[in-house]
Design a protein around this ligand. Structure first.
Ligand code: NAP
Length: 286
């Protein structure tokens, strides 16, 4: 039997519909959620991502400000902008598009974002809150992974989840979110031995390594749910995930495609975080 393909675009549209309703309800209470996106320099991919965030805000009725700064902007100029946005009442969420130019200390910039406006969920205190189970804004791509699994009607509790990749932006937070959902979690990385054997025990296999089609059916237990976070550009210009999709189709029960799987969820979860931040800033319960 062939796996059911998880349609990230459809699920993302569903959630956007819910967000639109929430925005309408907030506006009825005179609350307009606001997101500030800061872009430093001319990185082409970053420009595209920032443009999509701006467009999505418009579509969902979220107020947005995009601060496009020169590549030569100094760290102290950027920090001064963040401090202004931290205090600006029309802004509930601040996202600094990464990567930043080399002369700017990324960590200092992330640390400067006020915790309640940290819609990217990368602030060390947000990460700490996620681990100890306190309320925090969740990092968008990892939160999107959990949402995709849950919206298939899959109960994560008690499942063995294997996460391949341990980056701060994907692997570690995904693993912690799965743990929070009561999965038994194993994390693999580039120094893991017997990875094939470990991955093959997974009921839920999440792959985030940045290597095109590296994970094939040898790593997949029959009936496993396979979530591919990878986005890789092939020599022919096409996009491919970290999972060999066609090879895993037979073994998996559910699988995400690339593109059209995890990808569309990231901006949607960013919008969700902005709404949550706006609600909390105004003391409005769900
Ligand atoms: P990263 O920072 O480069 O981390 C890669 C991780 O994978 C590291 O922990 C590394 O292990 C591990 N790894 C690399 N090769 C491996 C191998 N052969 N076997 C086992 N582990 C291996 O990458 P990232 O930022 O997490 O991103 C991962 C992928 O997700 C990329 O393709 C990226 O483009 C994609 N991504 C997509 C979205 C989205 O869809 N919205 C968002 C973010 C990232 P070590 O720690 O030992 O080096």
């Amino acid at each position: 039997m062939s796996a059911q393909i998880i349609d990230g675009k459809k699920i993302s549209d569903e959630i956007r519909g819910e967000i639109l309703q929430e925005v309408t309800a907030l506006k009825a209470k005179n609350v307009v959620p606001g997101l500030a996106v800061v872009l430093v320099g001319e990185d082409p991919a970053s420009k595209v991502y920032v443009g999509s965030k701006e467009k999505t805000c418009q579509q969902l009725g979220i107020y947005s400000e995009v601060h496009r700064l020169d590549a030569l902007t100094t760290e102290s100029e950027l920090l001064a902008l963040i401090n202004r946005l931290n205090e600006q009442s029309t802004i509930n969420g601040i996202l600094v598009q990464l990567p930043l130019p080399n002369h700017i200390n990324e960590k200092a910039v992330i640390d400067a974002i006020r915790l309640d406006k940290d819609v990217d969920g990368f602030h060390p205190q947000s990460v700490g809150n996620l681990i100890i189970g306190d309320d925090s804004l969740l990092p968008c791509t990892p939160a999107g992974v959990i949402e995709l699994i849950k919206r298939q009607g899959v109960d994560i509790a008690g499942k063995h989840a294997v996460v391949i990749g341990r980056s701060n932006i994907v692997g570690k937070p995904v693993a912690n979110l799965l743990l929070r959902e009561h999965a038994t979690v194993t994390i693999c990385h580039s120094r893991t031995t017997n990875m094939e054997q470990i991955a093959k025990q997974a009921d839920i296999l999440v792959v985030a390594i940045g290597k095109a089609k590296a994970i094939d059916s040898r790593y997949v237990k029959p009936g496993a749910i396979v979530i591919d976070v990878g986005v890789n550009r092939l020599p022919d210009g096409k996009l491919a995930g970290d999972v060999d999709f066609n090879d895993c189709l037979e073994a998996a029960s559910y699988i995400t495609p690339v593109p059209g799987g995890v990808g569309p969820m990231t901006i949607t979860m960013l919008m969700k975080n902005t709404i949550t931040a706006a609600r909390r800033a105004n003391g409005i319960e769900v």
